[in-house]
Design a protein around this ligand. Sequence first.
Ligand SMILES: [Cu+2]
Length: 389
Amino acid sequence: MASYHASTTSSRPRSSDTSSGAFWMVATMLLGLAVAVVGLFALLMWADARESRDAGSEPAAASGTASATAADHATDHNTALPLNSFAGVVPKNAAELADAHKPYDATLPAIPAGDVVKVQMTLKDMVVEVAPGVKYNTWAFDGHGAPGPIVHVREGQTVEMTLKNGGSIPHSIDFHAARIAPDIAFRDAQPGESFTFRFKAGDPGVFMYHCGTKPVLAHIANGMYGAIIVQPKEGLPPVDHEYVLVGSEWYLNGDGIKEAASLDMTKARARMADWVTFNGYANQYVNHPLTAKPGETTRFWVVAAGPTNNVNFHVVGTIFDRAWVNSDLKSPPQRGVQTVLVPAGGGAVFDVKIDDVGMYPFVSHAFADVDLGQVGLLKVGNPKGSMSH
Ligand SMILES: [Cu+2]
């Protein structure tokens, strides 16, 4: 901005008048300097305002700092920064709350028997916690918050999906594991409506499912996503533990401490997340680690639900023995890789054999997201000083 003004005023006068030329040169330099000083002041004032706002959103003074309401945002297309950030704002007793939180069960469930696997989900508007003491108004699949339930089938089985809309607006469900006409199967279900569709799980992998009702950004950001695992017919190499991790991020219009926050659509468009999570809750597997014994192999089924963020999956202190990038289970896995991109709307599968006792963090190696909660621990054996649970 400053350089734009400075350069437009520096256009040269007529070259025949040399004394006037010198005058203009000096005047231009002074003007340029003045613009730079004004610019600096503006920057300092902005930084100051931002600092006092951040201080105002500390837990002790949390009330009254909520930004504009969701209704305001409906017509607000201004994505200019800075927006109110509630990133990392938690109540004072956050540590106790994190310990008391019941983590989302990341264990891969068994495959139901039979040719047809019946899956029933009832959509429900509900308040969940996305971080210790941070409440959020979700539109949740199957009434247990975000992500929705883990669906596990074998290649060749038919999924019979019954969706009941118990929410207050239309919703739908889009399975990335399906080859099916979306305008029929993924259509909107009106509030109170229930409908069923079937698809054959013909492609192995770990896939996202999500609400596909417009605006999809809002429906995914409000918690409408989950993972479906389709095991290859011939199976994968046997392992000792299998965990499912769904990455996602949350955009809050308030800190969610005194009252539940809702979606800030402007922040969602600006990709300015307040919290980034595995399985819907910041840092939950730090307080409640996933476990393995030394020498065992652990398999991670990872989906990046977004709505926008990728997961740059990495396990600190080891290297992936097998990585099925893009969850392409028909091809041989990559071996000995460090970090794998799981794109928003995609999945990948990772095997890691760890011999040494210790705490091994699993992260998105895009570290801004770690700072906002996308980190967990794989506890191998019983390392000294680790928590008992
Ligand atoms: Cu929806």
